[in-house]
Design a protein around this ligand. Structure first.
Ligand code: EPU
Length: 433
């Protein structure tokens, strides 16, 4: 296993470009199963989660080719309907195969994803939506089995106790585009990644109205065809890079972004007196300024367009170095605070009050060996390491590789002293038991 060694204390400076959004690519790859014609997807980041999804599509019978330079071609002439546990267990997002299998095969058998460190991750809303579309679902031996012979459009509501569901909306939209009749989805998720999926489906011939809102109207069509699609930029990667600039008190311009997708983050950064400048025409955002003038803020994660849960950990790390008391409340995954105990090991002052972290900003953090627990927590630890005094070793960085393409190279181009090493290089007193 690799580890990341970071020598903290360098203010990052320079320009860096974001890649395509992981959370858009995963359902988009799944959606290619809806047609027997080839679909070409561009700006696909090189991530382990994407490779898992490619393996799953191959297992289902699709021809999946990485053409290089971020272009993938997927041709699902024939499609099997069983997604096995051995592959699904590697990635929760495999559940977004349910919708396309229902649409294309009128049946699906997909291993149920378990929980993960960020929370239990149920799929009751996905199943409720499928039932409303005339499917009969059963759960047997760890698999959800769907009989969709009666698939038909209907009116349904997808809101849950934590708001709309992102992959649940993706699943229902993908099932509905080939369902006879009209489907109306209320409380649909409107994350930019859901919008990108809808754009792909429209390019394939689907009839979807209301894209980008909480109300979608889908009129089923008989068949979909191939197309080419370029994935939208990754707003979470962009936000992580901006916060890397902010936490180190540097000046970083992130290129290839859509500032309109990142309003809640930019607004919160401004409130914390972190200077940010967005240029929507150029597709850039620049963060600059010293850490001196900053002030504590309250952050609440919410469904889009609210502050994204996927940037909560990185924002928390930044606020751990911002004087004053900040409060961060997690409304999407109330237990998504695995990074907190690790940040405490670096000298942060954070206490938990239910789903809120009370962060007493400190003037400095100190390098330490820390353990990554999930994708975004890993990013937060890397950011803290960049700003900390001394050396930080982040272990279990395979979590990071699931969602960030060569993060250490991008940070190194900004002047970060960061390197990926085999864990044999780690001082023995730091190694996990
Ligand atoms: N929920 C239910 N029932 C359901 C589905 C969801 O109660 O049937 C709850 C969840 O437990 C959670 C909330 O609803 O409390 C929102 O979950 P959602 O379904 O929207 O999450 P997801 O689709 O499983 C996607 C991203 C996550 C991101 C969330 C929230 C992908 C592949 N994953 O997950 O990304 O945190 O939306 O925005 O798109 C990440 O990239 O690190 C990541 C975890």
């Amino acid at each position: 296993m690799d580890v990341m060694r970071i020598e903290g204390g360098n203010a990052l400076r320079g320009r860096v470009r974001t890649g395509g959004a992981k959370n858009a690519v995963l359902p988009i790859f799944a959606a290619t199963l809806l047609t027997d014609e080839p679909v070409v997807i561009q700006r696909v980041p090189d991530l382990s989660d994407i490779r898992f999804m490619a393996d799953l599509l191959r297992e289902l019978g699709a021809e999946v080719t990485d053409q290089g330079g971020g272009t993938w071609r997927i041709h699902a002439r024939e499609v099997g309907h069983v997604a096995p546990y051995e592959l699904v267990r590697k990635m929760r997002a495999s559940v977004c195969l349910l919708g396309p299998l229902v649409g294309r095969c009128r049946q699906a058998k997909v291993s149920l994803p378990g929980g993960c460190v960020i929370g239990p991750r149920p799929i009751d809303l996905h199943l409720k939506g499928l039932e409303r579309l005339g499917c009969r679902n059963s759960i047997r031996r760890g698999y959800v089995e769907v009989n969709a012979s009666g698939l038909a459009g209907n009116h349904l509501y997808l809101g849950g106790r934590h708001g709309p569901t992102v992959t649940g909306t993706a699943n229902i939209v993908m099932a509905a585009v080939l369902a006879p009749g009209v489907t109306r989805i209320e409380s649909a998720a409107c994350e930019p990644e859901v919008v990108d999926l809808c754009r792909l489906l429209q390019a394939m011939g689907a009839d979807i109205e209301g894209v980008g809102s909480h109300y979608l109207k889908i009129t089923g069509v008989d068949r979909l065809h191939g197309c080419e699609h370029t994935v939208l930029p990754d707003r979470i990667e962009a936000g992580t890079l901006l916060l890397a600039g902010a936490i180190t008190g540097g000046e970083v311009t992130v290129e290839g972004v859509v500032p309109g997708h990142m309003r809640a983050l930019l607004d919160k950064m401004e409130e914390a007196r972190i200077a940010v400048e967005a240029d929507p025409d150029a597709g850039t955002i620049t963060v600059h300024g010293s850490r001196e003038e900053r002030r504590a803020v309250e952050v609440i994660t919410l469904p889009h367009p609210g502050f994204p849960t996927d940037l909560q950990a990185q924002m928390l790390a930044t606020l751990a170095l911002t004087s004053g008391i900040s409060i961060i409340t997690e409304r999407i995954y109330p237990n998504r605070f695995m990074h907190v105990p690790e940040l405490l090991r670096m000298g942060a002052d954070i206490s938990m009050e239910g789903p809120s972290a009370v962060v007493n900003g400190r003037p400095a953090l100190y390098g330490a060996p820390v353990m990554a627990s999930d994708l975004r927590a890993s990013a937060a630890l890397v950011l803290a390491g960049l700003a900390a005094e001394g050396e930080t070793w982040v272990q279990r960085i395979y979590h990071l590789d699931r969602g960030y393409e060569r993060l250490e190279s991008k940070l190194a181009t900004l002047g970060a002293k960061i390197e990926r090493l085999p864990d044999s290089e780690m001082p023995s007193e730091f190694k996990e038991e």
